[in-house]
Design a protein around this ligand. Structure first.
Ligand SMILES: Cc1cc2nc3c(=O)[nH]c(=O)nc-3n(C[C@H](O)[C@H](O)[C@H](O)COP(=O)(O)OP(=O)(O)OC[C@H]3O[C@@H](n4cnc5c(N)ncnc54)[C@H](O)[C@@H]3O)c2cc1C
Length: 400
Protein backbone atom coordinates (compact mmCIF):
# COMPACT_ATOMS: atom_id res chain seq x y z
CA UNK A 1 0.00 0.00 0.00
CA UNK A 2 1.30 3.43 -0.91
CA UNK A 3 1.58 6.23 1.56
CA UNK A 4 2.46 9.06 -0.80
CA UNK A 5 -1.07 9.13 -2.14
CA UNK A 6 -4.19 11.10 -1.25
CA UNK A 7 -7.36 9.49 0.07
CA UNK A 8 -10.56 11.42 -0.47
CA UNK A 9 -13.23 10.22 1.95
CA UNK A 10 -16.69 10.76 0.47
CA UNK A 11 -17.56 10.81 -3.22
CA UNK A 12 -20.04 13.71 -3.25
CA UNK A 13 -19.74 17.13 -4.87
CA UNK A 14 -16.83 18.26 -2.68
CA UNK A 15 -15.00 14.92 -2.69
CA UNK A 16 -15.17 14.37 -6.45
CA UNK A 17 -13.99 17.92 -7.09
CA UNK A 18 -11.18 17.51 -4.57
CA UNK A 19 -10.13 14.26 -6.28
CA UNK A 20 -10.10 15.84 -9.74
CA UNK A 21 -8.23 18.88 -8.47
CA UNK A 22 -5.61 16.79 -6.64
CA UNK A 23 -5.11 14.54 -9.69
CA UNK A 24 -4.89 17.58 -12.00
CA UNK A 25 -2.09 18.81 -9.76
CA UNK A 26 -0.18 15.57 -10.08
CA UNK A 27 -1.31 13.47 -7.11
CA UNK A 28 -2.17 9.80 -6.98
CA UNK A 29 -5.75 9.84 -5.68
CA UNK A 30 -8.27 7.29 -4.39
CA UNK A 31 -11.85 8.14 -3.48
CA UNK A 32 -13.39 6.03 -0.70
CA UNK A 33 -17.18 6.22 -0.89
CA UNK A 34 -19.50 4.61 1.65
CA UNK A 35 -22.35 4.03 -0.80
CA UNK A 36 -22.60 1.72 -3.80
CA UNK A 37 -21.94 4.66 -6.10
CA UNK A 38 -20.59 8.19 -5.95
CA UNK A 39 -22.57 11.40 -6.29
CA UNK A 40 -26.01 10.12 -5.34
CA UNK A 41 -26.98 13.47 -3.83
CA UNK A 42 -25.87 15.40 -6.92
CA UNK A 43 -28.57 13.54 -8.87
CA UNK A 44 -31.27 14.87 -6.52
CA UNK A 45 -30.19 18.50 -6.63
CA UNK A 46 -32.30 21.23 -8.18
CA UNK A 47 -35.23 18.82 -8.60
CA UNK A 48 -33.06 16.62 -10.80
CA UNK A 49 -31.72 19.62 -12.76
CA UNK A 50 -28.78 20.54 -10.46
CA UNK A 51 -28.67 24.21 -9.62
CA UNK A 52 -24.88 24.05 -9.59
CA UNK A 53 -24.06 27.62 -8.65
CA UNK A 54 -25.40 31.14 -8.43
CA UNK A 55 -23.85 34.20 -10.03
CA UNK A 56 -24.82 36.18 -6.90
CA UNK A 57 -22.80 33.92 -4.61
CA UNK A 58 -21.27 36.10 -1.87
CA UNK A 59 -20.77 35.76 1.90
CA UNK A 60 -24.17 37.30 2.68
CA UNK A 61 -25.76 34.13 1.26
CA UNK A 62 -23.87 31.91 3.70
CA UNK A 63 -24.18 31.08 7.41
CA UNK A 64 -21.94 29.55 10.03
CA UNK A 65 -19.91 30.47 13.07
CA UNK A 66 -17.21 32.14 10.99
CA UNK A 67 -18.37 33.03 7.47
CA UNK A 68 -15.26 35.16 6.86
CA UNK A 69 -13.44 31.81 6.54
CA UNK A 70 -14.78 31.84 2.98
CA UNK A 71 -12.97 35.02 1.93
CA UNK A 72 -9.84 33.15 0.82
CA UNK A 73 -11.96 30.59 -1.03
CA UNK A 74 -13.77 33.36 -2.87
CA UNK A 75 -10.53 34.96 -4.00
CA UNK A 76 -8.99 31.65 -5.04
CA UNK A 77 -11.74 29.62 -6.77
CA UNK A 78 -15.26 30.95 -6.94
CA UNK A 79 -18.15 31.16 -9.43
CA UNK A 80 -16.17 32.16 -12.56
CA UNK A 81 -13.48 29.57 -11.89
CA UNK A 82 -16.12 26.91 -11.20
CA UNK A 83 -17.94 27.63 -14.45
CA UNK A 84 -14.61 27.49 -16.27
CA UNK A 85 -13.75 24.22 -14.52
CA UNK A 86 -17.02 22.66 -15.69
CA UNK A 87 -16.77 24.20 -19.17
CA UNK A 88 -13.27 22.68 -19.53
CA UNK A 89 -14.78 19.29 -18.75
CA UNK A 90 -17.45 19.86 -21.41
CA UNK A 91 -20.47 21.00 -19.38
CA UNK A 92 -22.49 23.75 -21.00
CA UNK A 93 -24.46 25.79 -18.48
CA UNK A 94 -27.15 28.46 -18.53
CA UNK A 95 -28.15 31.16 -16.09
CA UNK A 96 -31.78 31.48 -15.05
CA UNK A 97 -33.78 33.74 -12.73
CA UNK A 98 -31.99 35.16 -9.65
CA UNK A 99 -28.58 34.09 -10.93
CA UNK A 100 -29.26 30.35 -10.63
CA UNK A 101 -27.04 28.30 -12.96
CA UNK A 102 -28.09 24.92 -14.39
CA UNK A 103 -26.64 22.53 -16.95
CA UNK A 104 -27.95 23.45 -20.39
CA UNK A 105 -29.42 19.94 -20.72
CA UNK A 106 -31.38 20.40 -17.47
CA UNK A 107 -30.04 17.13 -16.07
CA UNK A 108 -28.19 16.70 -12.80
CA UNK A 109 -26.94 13.38 -14.23
CA UNK A 110 -24.93 15.35 -16.79
CA UNK A 111 -22.99 17.06 -13.98
CA UNK A 112 -22.17 13.74 -12.34
CA UNK A 113 -21.24 12.12 -15.67
CA UNK A 114 -18.88 14.99 -16.50
CA UNK A 115 -17.14 14.58 -13.13
CA UNK A 116 -16.89 10.80 -13.54
CA UNK A 117 -15.44 11.07 -17.04
CA UNK A 118 -12.76 13.45 -15.77
CA UNK A 119 -11.96 11.23 -12.78
CA UNK A 120 -11.46 8.30 -15.18
CA UNK A 121 -9.36 10.36 -17.57
CA UNK A 122 -7.11 11.43 -14.70
CA UNK A 123 -6.76 7.86 -13.42
CA UNK A 124 -8.43 8.50 -10.06
CA UNK A 125 -9.35 5.24 -8.36
CA UNK A 126 -12.78 4.92 -6.78
CA UNK A 127 -13.53 2.40 -4.07
CA UNK A 128 -17.25 2.20 -3.31
CA UNK A 129 -19.04 0.44 -0.42
CA UNK A 130 -16.10 1.57 1.75
CA UNK A 131 -17.71 3.40 4.65
CA UNK A 132 -14.89 4.87 6.67
CA UNK A 133 -15.14 4.47 10.42
CA UNK A 134 -11.80 5.90 11.47
CA UNK A 135 -8.70 7.68 10.26
CA UNK A 136 -5.63 7.18 12.44
CA UNK A 137 -2.24 8.81 12.17
CA UNK A 138 0.52 6.30 11.44
CA UNK A 139 4.26 6.78 11.20
CA UNK A 140 4.18 7.49 7.45
CA UNK A 141 0.69 8.84 6.90
CA UNK A 142 -2.78 7.64 7.82
CA UNK A 143 -4.56 4.32 8.25
CA UNK A 144 -8.15 4.42 7.05
CA UNK A 145 -10.44 1.75 8.45
CA UNK A 146 -13.91 0.94 7.16
CA UNK A 147 -16.80 -0.32 9.31
CA UNK A 148 -16.29 -3.80 7.84
CA UNK A 149 -12.60 -3.63 8.92
CA UNK A 150 -11.14 -3.20 5.42
CA UNK A 151 -8.10 -0.94 5.61
CA UNK A 152 -6.23 1.46 3.35
CA UNK A 153 -3.25 3.75 3.76
CA UNK A 154 -2.68 7.27 2.52
CA UNK A 155 -0.17 10.04 2.90
CA UNK A 156 -2.90 12.66 3.16
CA UNK A 157 -6.62 12.53 3.73
CA UNK A 158 -9.38 14.83 2.53
CA UNK A 159 -12.58 14.48 4.56
CA UNK A 160 -15.54 15.28 2.28
CA UNK A 161 -18.25 13.24 3.91
CA UNK A 162 -20.97 15.90 3.85
CA UNK A 163 -23.21 16.58 6.82
CA UNK A 164 -26.36 14.83 7.97
CA UNK A 165 -28.89 16.14 5.46
CA UNK A 166 -30.59 13.55 3.23
CA UNK A 167 -28.89 10.56 4.94
CA UNK A 168 -30.51 8.30 2.36
CA UNK A 169 -27.78 9.57 -0.01
CA UNK A 170 -25.00 8.40 2.32
CA UNK A 171 -24.25 11.51 4.38
CA UNK A 172 -25.03 10.30 7.86
CA UNK A 173 -22.66 12.43 9.89
CA UNK A 174 -19.85 9.85 10.07
CA UNK A 175 -17.33 12.48 9.00
CA UNK A 176 -17.95 14.36 12.23
CA UNK A 177 -16.83 11.35 14.28
CA UNK A 178 -13.70 10.99 12.15
CA UNK A 179 -12.82 14.65 12.62
CA UNK A 180 -13.62 14.52 16.34
CA UNK A 181 -11.25 11.59 16.77
CA UNK A 182 -8.56 13.74 15.13
CA UNK A 183 -9.16 16.45 17.75
CA UNK A 184 -11.63 18.65 15.88
CA UNK A 185 -14.65 20.44 17.32
CA UNK A 186 -18.08 19.92 15.78
CA UNK A 187 -20.58 22.70 16.37
CA UNK A 188 -24.25 21.97 17.00
CA UNK A 189 -25.88 20.68 13.82
CA UNK A 190 -29.47 20.98 12.67
CA UNK A 191 -31.42 20.62 9.42
CA UNK A 192 -31.65 23.63 7.10
CA UNK A 193 -33.52 24.27 3.84
CA UNK A 194 -36.31 22.14 5.20
CA UNK A 195 -40.05 22.33 5.92
CA UNK A 196 -41.22 24.03 9.14
CA UNK A 197 -43.50 22.33 11.65
CA UNK A 198 -46.10 24.66 13.16
CA UNK A 199 -49.08 24.32 15.44
CA UNK A 200 -51.26 22.09 13.27
CA UNK A 201 -54.77 23.51 13.87
CA UNK A 202 -54.76 26.16 11.17
CA UNK A 203 -52.40 24.67 8.55
CA UNK A 204 -54.18 21.32 8.59
CA UNK A 205 -57.37 23.01 7.39
CA UNK A 206 -55.45 24.35 4.38
CA UNK A 207 -53.52 21.19 3.49
CA UNK A 208 -52.48 21.20 -0.17
CA UNK A 209 -53.18 24.91 -0.78
CA UNK A 210 -50.39 27.05 -2.23
CA UNK A 211 -50.09 30.82 -1.90
CA UNK A 212 -47.58 33.46 -2.90
CA UNK A 213 -46.38 35.24 0.21
CA UNK A 214 -43.56 37.13 1.83
CA UNK A 215 -42.33 34.85 4.60
CA UNK A 216 -40.49 36.43 7.52
CA UNK A 217 -38.49 35.25 10.48
CA UNK A 218 -36.86 37.81 12.73
CA UNK A 219 -36.37 40.52 10.12
CA UNK A 220 -35.36 38.14 7.29
CA UNK A 221 -37.84 37.75 4.48
CA UNK A 222 -38.23 35.56 1.41
CA UNK A 223 -40.88 35.97 -1.25
CA UNK A 224 -42.30 33.00 -3.08
CA UNK A 225 -44.52 29.99 -2.88
CA UNK A 226 -45.81 28.68 0.45
CA UNK A 227 -47.49 25.28 0.66
CA UNK A 228 -49.76 24.43 3.61
CA UNK A 229 -49.40 20.86 4.86
CA UNK A 230 -50.87 18.86 7.71
CA UNK A 231 -47.69 19.35 9.79
CA UNK A 232 -46.85 22.96 8.92
CA UNK A 233 -45.45 25.02 6.06
CA UNK A 234 -43.46 24.01 3.00
CA UNK A 235 -42.70 25.58 -0.39
CA UNK A 236 -39.63 27.33 -1.76
CA UNK A 237 -40.01 30.52 0.34
CA UNK A 238 -40.28 28.49 3.56
CA UNK A 239 -37.29 26.29 2.60
CA UNK A 240 -35.22 29.38 1.93
CA UNK A 241 -36.10 31.16 5.17
CA UNK A 242 -34.95 28.20 7.28
CA UNK A 243 -31.37 29.18 6.43
CA UNK A 244 -31.99 32.00 8.96
CA UNK A 245 -33.78 29.88 11.54
CA UNK A 246 -32.11 29.71 14.93
CA UNK A 247 -34.35 29.75 17.97
CA UNK A 248 -37.19 31.88 16.67
CA UNK A 249 -40.66 31.07 17.91
CA UNK A 250 -42.81 32.44 15.08
CA UNK A 251 -42.88 32.64 11.31
CA UNK A 252 -45.15 35.16 9.63
CA UNK A 253 -46.74 35.34 6.20
CA UNK A 254 -47.62 38.53 4.36
CA UNK A 255 -50.26 37.52 1.84
CA UNK A 256 -50.32 40.90 0.08
CA UNK A 257 -46.74 42.08 0.24
CA UNK A 258 -47.16 44.56 -2.61
CA UNK A 259 -49.38 46.89 -0.59
CA UNK A 260 -49.18 48.51 2.83
CA UNK A 261 -51.41 47.64 5.76
CA UNK A 262 -53.02 51.12 5.62
CA UNK A 263 -53.88 50.76 1.94
CA UNK A 264 -55.22 47.26 2.55
CA UNK A 265 -57.39 48.61 5.39
CA UNK A 266 -58.86 51.23 3.02
CA UNK A 267 -59.45 48.60 0.33
CA UNK A 268 -61.26 46.38 2.83
CA UNK A 269 -63.42 49.29 4.09
CA UNK A 270 -64.37 50.08 0.49
CA UNK A 271 -65.09 46.42 -0.26
CA UNK A 272 -67.42 46.20 2.74
CA UNK A 273 -69.16 49.48 1.83
CA UNK A 274 -69.66 48.53 -1.81
CA UNK A 275 -70.80 44.94 -1.12
CA UNK A 276 -72.79 45.13 2.12
CA UNK A 277 -74.73 41.94 1.36
CA UNK A 278 -71.78 39.73 0.49
CA UNK A 279 -71.28 36.94 3.06
CA UNK A 280 -67.98 36.43 4.91
CA UNK A 281 -67.64 33.20 2.96
CA UNK A 282 -66.92 35.28 -0.15
CA UNK A 283 -65.74 38.55 1.34
CA UNK A 284 -62.05 38.03 0.49
CA UNK A 285 -62.56 36.30 -2.88
CA UNK A 286 -60.29 37.83 -5.50
CA UNK A 287 -57.93 39.17 -2.85
CA UNK A 288 -56.56 36.02 -1.23
CA UNK A 289 -57.24 32.33 -1.84
CA UNK A 290 -60.94 31.73 -0.96
CA UNK A 291 -60.26 28.95 1.58
CA UNK A 292 -57.41 30.89 3.19
CA UNK A 293 -59.75 33.90 3.44
CA UNK A 294 -62.36 31.84 5.27
CA UNK A 295 -59.81 30.34 7.65
CA UNK A 296 -58.29 33.69 8.64
CA UNK A 297 -61.70 35.29 9.17
CA UNK A 298 -62.58 32.47 11.53
CA UNK A 299 -59.19 32.65 13.26
CA UNK A 300 -59.78 36.29 14.25
CA UNK A 301 -63.34 35.56 15.35
CA UNK A 302 -65.17 37.05 12.37
CA UNK A 303 -67.84 34.39 11.99
CA UNK A 304 -70.10 32.68 11.10
CA UNK A 305 -69.31 32.67 7.38
CA UNK A 306 -72.99 33.30 6.62
CA UNK A 307 -72.79 36.80 8.16
CA UNK A 308 -72.83 39.78 5.81
CA UNK A 309 -70.12 42.38 5.20
CA UNK A 310 -72.40 45.17 6.45
CA UNK A 311 -71.96 43.80 10.00
CA UNK A 312 -68.16 44.27 9.97
CA UNK A 313 -66.92 46.81 12.52
CA UNK A 314 -63.95 49.12 12.02
CA UNK A 315 -62.01 47.00 14.51
CA UNK A 316 -62.85 43.82 12.52
CA UNK A 317 -61.48 45.39 9.35
CA UNK A 318 -58.30 46.54 11.12
CA UNK A 319 -57.77 43.02 12.50
CA UNK A 320 -58.34 41.58 9.05
CA UNK A 321 -55.82 43.90 7.39
CA UNK A 322 -53.36 43.04 10.18
CA UNK A 323 -53.61 39.29 9.78
CA UNK A 324 -53.39 39.38 5.97
CA UNK A 325 -50.15 41.38 6.32
CA UNK A 326 -48.76 39.53 9.32
CA UNK A 327 -50.22 36.05 9.69
CA UNK A 328 -48.25 34.42 12.48
CA UNK A 329 -47.63 30.72 13.07
CA UNK A 330 -45.97 29.26 16.13
CA UNK A 331 -42.88 27.26 15.11
CA UNK A 332 -42.70 23.80 16.65
CA UNK A 333 -39.51 22.71 14.87
CA UNK A 334 -38.47 21.52 11.44
CA UNK A 335 -38.97 18.31 9.54
CA UNK A 336 -36.20 15.74 9.95
CA UNK A 337 -32.80 15.27 8.32
CA UNK A 338 -34.48 13.07 5.69
CA UNK A 339 -36.27 16.14 4.34
CA UNK A 340 -33.43 18.64 4.71
CA UNK A 341 -31.24 19.83 1.86
CA UNK A 342 -28.35 20.99 3.97
CA UNK A 343 -26.76 20.89 7.44
CA UNK A 344 -26.36 23.96 9.61
CA UNK A 345 -23.26 23.63 11.79
CA UNK A 346 -20.36 21.20 11.40
CA UNK A 347 -16.59 21.18 11.79
CA UNK A 348 -15.37 24.41 13.37
CA UNK A 349 -13.72 26.38 10.57
CA UNK A 350 -11.25 28.20 12.80
CA UNK A 351 -9.49 24.83 13.20
CA UNK A 352 -8.68 24.81 9.44
CA UNK A 353 -6.45 26.98 7.29
CA UNK A 354 -8.82 28.86 4.93
CA UNK A 355 -6.17 29.12 2.20
CA UNK A 356 -5.64 25.34 2.00
CA UNK A 357 -8.51 23.66 3.91
CA UNK A 358 -5.84 21.81 5.90
CA UNK A 359 -6.43 21.04 9.55
CA UNK A 360 -4.52 23.26 11.94
CA UNK A 361 -4.54 20.38 14.43
CA UNK A 362 -3.42 17.42 12.29
CA UNK A 363 -1.09 18.07 9.38
CA UNK A 364 -2.07 16.13 6.24
CA UNK A 365 -5.80 16.17 7.03
CA UNK A 366 -8.06 18.40 4.92
CA UNK A 367 -11.83 18.99 4.93
CA UNK A 368 -14.19 20.28 2.26
CA UNK A 369 -17.90 20.80 1.62
CA UNK A 370 -20.85 20.50 3.92
CA UNK A 371 -18.86 18.73 6.69
CA UNK A 372 -17.52 22.20 7.57
CA UNK A 373 -19.61 24.73 9.50
CA UNK A 374 -20.72 26.69 6.41
CA UNK A 375 -24.18 26.48 4.88
CA UNK A 376 -25.75 28.51 2.14
CA UNK A 377 -29.13 29.83 1.09
CA UNK A 378 -31.29 27.94 -1.37
CA UNK A 379 -30.27 28.65 -4.98
CA UNK A 380 -26.98 26.96 -5.91
CA UNK A 381 -24.97 28.35 -2.99
CA UNK A 382 -24.32 25.04 -1.25
CA UNK A 383 -22.92 23.28 -4.28
CA UNK A 384 -20.74 26.32 -4.97
CA UNK A 385 -19.22 25.93 -1.53
CA UNK A 386 -18.69 22.20 -2.15
CA UNK A 387 -16.96 22.73 -5.55
CA UNK A 388 -14.78 25.58 -4.27
CA UNK A 389 -13.68 24.09 -0.97
CA UNK A 390 -13.16 20.73 -2.69
CA UNK A 391 -11.02 22.22 -5.44
CA UNK A 392 -8.83 24.12 -2.97
CA UNK A 393 -8.43 21.11 -0.64
CA UNK A 394 -7.42 18.88 -3.58
CA UNK A 395 -4.96 21.36 -5.01
CA UNK A 396 -3.38 22.08 -1.63
CA UNK A 397 -3.10 18.40 -0.68
CA UNK A 398 -1.40 17.68 -4.01
CA UNK A 399 0.91 20.64 -3.71
CA UNK A 400 2.70 19.95 -0.45
C1 LIG B 1 -32.79 17.10 -2.34
C2 LIG B 1 -31.61 18.04 -2.34
C3 LIG B 1 -31.54 19.02 -3.32
C4 LIG B 1 -30.47 19.92 -3.31
N1 LIG B 1 -30.37 20.83 -4.34
C5 LIG B 1 -29.34 21.69 -4.37
C6 LIG B 1 -29.17 22.58 -5.47
O1 LIG B 1 -29.91 22.52 -6.47
N2 LIG B 1 -28.13 23.45 -5.41
C7 LIG B 1 -27.25 23.49 -4.36
O2 LIG B 1 -26.34 24.30 -4.38
N3 LIG B 1 -27.34 22.61 -3.35
C8 LIG B 1 -28.35 21.70 -3.34
N4 LIG B 1 -28.44 20.80 -2.32
C9 LIG B 1 -27.36 20.79 -1.28
C10 LIG B 1 -26.10 20.15 -1.88
O3 LIG B 1 -26.45 19.00 -2.59
C11 LIG B 1 -25.09 19.78 -0.78
O4 LIG B 1 -24.80 20.90 0.02
C12 LIG B 1 -23.78 19.27 -1.39
O5 LIG B 1 -24.06 18.12 -2.18
C13 LIG B 1 -22.77 18.90 -0.32
O6 LIG B 1 -21.69 18.27 -0.93
P1 LIG B 1 -20.66 17.39 -0.08
O7 LIG B 1 -19.79 16.72 -1.07
O8 LIG B 1 -20.05 18.21 0.96
O9 LIG B 1 -21.56 16.31 0.66
P2 LIG B 1 -22.48 15.15 0.05
O10 LIG B 1 -23.00 15.54 -1.27
O11 LIG B 1 -23.43 14.82 1.12
O12 LIG B 1 -21.46 13.96 -0.19
C14 LIG B 1 -20.86 13.26 0.87
C15 LIG B 1 -20.48 11.88 0.37
O13 LIG B 1 -19.70 11.25 1.36
C16 LIG B 1 -20.14 9.91 1.51
N5 LIG B 1 -19.82 9.52 2.90
C17 LIG B 1 -20.38 9.97 4.03
N6 LIG B 1 -19.82 9.41 5.10
C18 LIG B 1 -18.87 8.56 4.63
C19 LIG B 1 -17.95 7.67 5.26
N7 LIG B 1 -17.89 7.56 6.59
N8 LIG B 1 -17.13 6.96 4.47
C20 LIG B 1 -17.18 7.07 3.11
N9 LIG B 1 -18.04 7.87 2.49
C21 LIG B 1 -18.88 8.62 3.23
C22 LIG B 1 -21.62 9.95 1.22
O14 LIG B 1 -22.11 8.69 0.86
C23 LIG B 1 -21.67 10.98 0.10
O15 LIG B 1 -21.54 10.39 -1.16
C24 LIG B 1 -29.47 19.86 -2.31
C25 LIG B 1 -29.55 18.86 -1.35
C26 LIG B 1 -30.60 17.95 -1.35
C27 LIG B 1 -30.65 16.87 -0.32
Amino acid sequence: MQTNNIAVIGGGAAGLTAAISAAMHGADVTVYEGGERCGKKILMTGNGRCNLTNTNAAPEHYHGGNVSFMNDTISAFWVDETLEFFADMGLITKEEEDGRVYPYVNQAAAVLDILRLRLDALGVKTVTAFEVQSVRKSKDGFIITAYDKKQAKAGKVIIATGGKAAPQTGSKGGGYDILKSLGHTITKTRPSLVQIKTEPDIVRKLKGIKADAKVSIDGHSEKGEVLFTDYGLSGIAVFSITAYLTNQKTISLDLMSGISEDTLYEMLCMRAAQNPNITFENFLVGMVNKRIGQVILKQIGIEPLSRRAATLTDSDIKKLARIIKNWQFKIEGTMSWNNAQVTKGGALTTEFNPKTMESRLESGVYAAGEVLDIDGDCGGYNLQWAWSSGYIAGKSAAGK
